[in-house]
Design a binder for this molecule. Structure first.
Ligand code: AMP
Length: 659
């Protein structure tokens, strides 16, 4: 008689979907919630309404840089204060604890290594245990506080700094450069991180941004940014590249780190299929190979160099100069004091060949992990200064069997991509899709405080979805619609985004109105919810924002909660659904007795009332089976009465007519 009813109402006031006096019943079945344990993407923290400058920042191990979209609409790196585009990620602390960041700090690497911090990115989000194997790499003091779990601290003079503090100093300097060059305050940024960064490292990066006075709208994977800079995933043909999408390899060889990522770009969504690499492999190794060669050639005492930090650093810089020169010429020939710093290209290539082979092996491993073969890769993108070494390009192209993409400056490509991502977030680029998916499900509150999911999580945006509801009591004229975000079955565990009223529905019998609730999630991450009663055309619409107003860790917590509580939530949902159905059954049967007294015998009325009382007694308990059982008894008993109403109606309609 009244199966599937999930809510009911007994007055004509404004009704909220979750309250017992609401009047909606869903004509579609519940969406099955797919609960996922892992976040596969990281999301921005806000959607922006009016265009403004949002910079893209490549916070690198060796160098950092900042880019923006110029008035012509092109991504451009910021070259400010006459110091070049690349800002060394180096901080020097002076004797009175002032800081010098960037180019001016670099020279202190030689003279004051203990007060000059480099490669801080390697320490971000790391505990002492994580880095102890490499602690000799750092010339400054890293503190072992005996606690394996706590994040590392760096001691300079008598002061302790966290890698977040130090990264914030680098970011603050980049912010300052950008503000100086653009002559406008810069408050918002997109920052890139390696694809293999874990949540702790990503969060540390975000915190560093915050500390530098930046609202970090999004943490973007470096390979994703590089692909964006090459326009991949932006052009319409990439967006509609068939169901297969495009598979690309991003080969990133920097100063101290190497990684290769295999990305799938499909309909504007970037998915990291696999990453591989070595966080202690890069151009610095090439420099070291050259130094070792010079030591041998000049028959120098290695111990002498170990004790003479200044000479070591001078040779290191000279070796780098030689390496860079050998990218475009065949011979490098200079002197440092009595030391002959000579090397030819062939010798250099022989020296670095094992290191390059190591990167090729990592490419093979990444492909294997992604379950792909070389032939599956559509494009290869080169990132990082060390990809300028001809042997590197050659070996990568030969492994993948096709030419590599290296037309964009490999130092700048990540920052440029970050600026493009920032531009999309700023709302300036309406022509392209926001390259994202919804982090959490979106839905409305229904009877019993249940979450009815309309757009499931991980759905790509923009997207549109809707569902039809109807009233289950006569004469309901208003309806309250509450919109939530989250994975839990009960809305009180989720996050409320908005609430609005659909007013002025003409009074109609229960089940008669057809109320369409539609969710439209646009490319800016703004959700528009529209409710329309189809018979009368009564309509109400609200914009809900921001959908992405959650920190990554909040999203993660909400997802983890949904997994932890999945079983209990499902049980609770089933109990609430049974209770709701019971209330609806009682309400409908009582009204039936009132309205159709004449169709029932006295005994039938009495028996129906007994069954109603039985159901009322247990309707609010948590024994779902008992409730469903009593509903069934009442349903079975009253079903013939409903048929009698139908027969009477048909008999009346047919009176005087012949078939
Ligand atoms: P990145 O970490 O991406 O800034 O890359 C820095 C590394 O690229 C350093 O090891 C540089 O010595 C190296 N590099 C920069 N320019 C060149 C070049 N022209 N040829 C070879 N290596 C280079």
């Amino acid at each position: 008689m009244c199966k599937h009813i999930i809510s009911y109402n007994n007055s004509t006031n404004i009704h909220k979907l979750q309250l017992p006096n609401t009047a909606l019943y869903k004509t579609a079945t519940f969406a099955t919630l797919k609960i996922m344990a892992k976040i596969s993407i990281n999301l921005a923290t806000g959607s922006i309404q009016k265009p403004e400058i949002i910079v893209g920042i490549d916070l690198g191990t060796t160098n950092s840089l900042v880019a923006f979209i110029n008035p012509e609409g092109n991504a451009q790196v910021i070259n400010d204060l006459g110091k070049g585009v690349l800002m060394p990620s180096i901080i020097h602390f002076t004797a009175n604890n002032d800081t010098v960041v960037g180019n001016d700090a670099k020279e202190f690497l030689i003279s004051e290594p203990q007060n000059t911090i480099f490669s801080v990115k390697r320490l971000l989000g790391r505990s002492y245990k994580d880095i102890v194997a490499h602690k000799d790499f750092f010339s400054y003091q890293i503190i072992d506080d005996g606690n394996d779990e706590s994040l590392v601290k760096i001691k300079v003079g008598e002061t302790f700094y966290s890698p977040i503090d130090l990264s914030a100093m680098i970011l603050a300097e980049l912010k300052h450069r950008a503000e100086h060059a653009l002559k406008t305050p810069v408050k918002k940024a997109v920052i890139t991180v390696p694809a293999y960064f874990n949540d702790s490292q990503r969060q540390a990066t975000r915190d560093a941004g915050k500390l530098a006075g930046l609202d970090v709208l999004r943490i973007v994977n470096e390979p994703t940014a590089a692909a964006l800079a090459y326009g991949l995933g932006l052009k319409p043909d990439d967006l509609s590249h068939g169901d297969e999408g495009k598979t690309i390899a991003v080969y990133d060889l920097g100063g101290g780190t190497f990684d290769v990522s295999i990305l799938k770009i499909n309909n504007g969504i970037f998915e990291v299929l696999a990453t591989n690499g070595d966080t202690f492999l890069g151009g610095d190794d090439f420099d070291r190979a050259i130094i070792d060669y010079w030591i041998t050639e000049n028959k120098l005492d290695k111990q002498l160099l170990i004790n003479n930090k200044e000479l070591t650093q001078t040779l290191r810089l000279k070796a780098e100069e030689a390496k860079v020169a050998l990218s475009t010429q065949n011979l490098f020939n200079q002197k440092v004091g009595d030391i002959f710093c000579t090397i030819d290209k062939q010798t250099f290539e022989n020296l670095i060949s094992p290191k390059v082979a190591q990167t090729i092996l990592a490419c093979q491993n990444a492909l294997t992990d992604a379950g792909l073969a070389v032939a599956d890769i559509n494009e290869i993108i080169m990132v990082g200064g060390s990809t300028r070494t001809p042997l590197v390009k050659q070996k990568v192209a030969s492994f993948f069997g096709k030419p590599v993409n290296d037309s964009i400056n490999p130092d700048e490509v990540v920052a440029l991509g970050a600026a493009i991502q920032a531009d999309v977030l700023s709302g300036n680029r309406k022509d392209i899709l926001l390259l994202d998916v919804t982090p959490l499900s979106l839905g409305i509150e229904t009877m019993g405080g249940l979450m009815d999911v309309i757009i499931p999580r991980n759905n790509k945006v923009p997207t549109k979805a809707g569902r039809q509801y109807t009233t289950s009591v006569d004469g309901q004229v208003n309806l309250k619609i509450a919109v939530y975000q989250g994975e839990r079955d009960l809305v009180k565990e989720n996050r409320k985004l908005a609430e609005f009223d659909l007013k002025g529905i003409p009074a109609m019998p229960a089940g008669f109105p057809k109320i369409d609730i539609n969710f439209l999630l646009n490319a800016d991450g703004i959700l528009t919810v529209q409710a329309i009663e189809l018979r009368s055309g009564v309509k109400q619409q609200v914009d809900v924002k921001p959908v992405y107003g959650l920190q990554d860790e909040e999203v993660e917590r909400m997802l983890l909660d949904s997994v932890t509580h999945a079983k209990a939530d499902v049980e609770q949902r089933m109990v609430i659904e049974a209770q709701t159905e019971a209330q609806q059954m009682i309400y409908t049967c009582e009204r039936f007795i009132q309205k159709h007294q004449t169709l029932l015998s006295q005994a039938e009325t009495a028996q129906t009332q007994i069954y109603i009382s039985d159901l009322k007694l247990i309707a609010n308990t948590t024994d779902k089976n008992d409730i469903l059982n009593k509903i069934e008894i009442l349903n079975d008993y009253t079903r013939p009465f409903a048929e009698r109403v139908m027969d009477t109606a048909i008999a009346t309609a047919m009176k005087g007519k012949s078939i």
